[in-house]
Design a protein around this ligand. Sequence first.
Ligand SMILES: [Cu+2]
Length: 110
Amino acid sequence: MKFHLTRAGCALALLAALAPPLQAAPAVHTILIDGMRFIPQTVEVKRGDTVVWRNKDPLPHTAVAETVKGGPASPVIAAGASWRYKATKAGTYPYLCTLHRTMTATLVVK
Ligand SMILES: [Cu+2]
């Protein structure tokens, strides 16, 4: 049997070899705390990803999931500081700033 590889076939084979694996590498997602708000309001990540809350406000905040176990529970994040959290458990985590309880948002871990 004759095996004939066209130029297009070679290019496709090369692309397939270079394509990223189906299981993407863990990502880092940044949530800004700015003007007494979490931005964006809802963030969806995959298990294994890292979420960073970056406090751009001139006052401290927290990001704590009080109602669902296994979610983020930050210490006080000082003005200008940030806090990293590795998402390991799937779920939908409403969270808030425990210092300013009207500041709410949601982290979804798939
Ligand atoms: Cu706050």
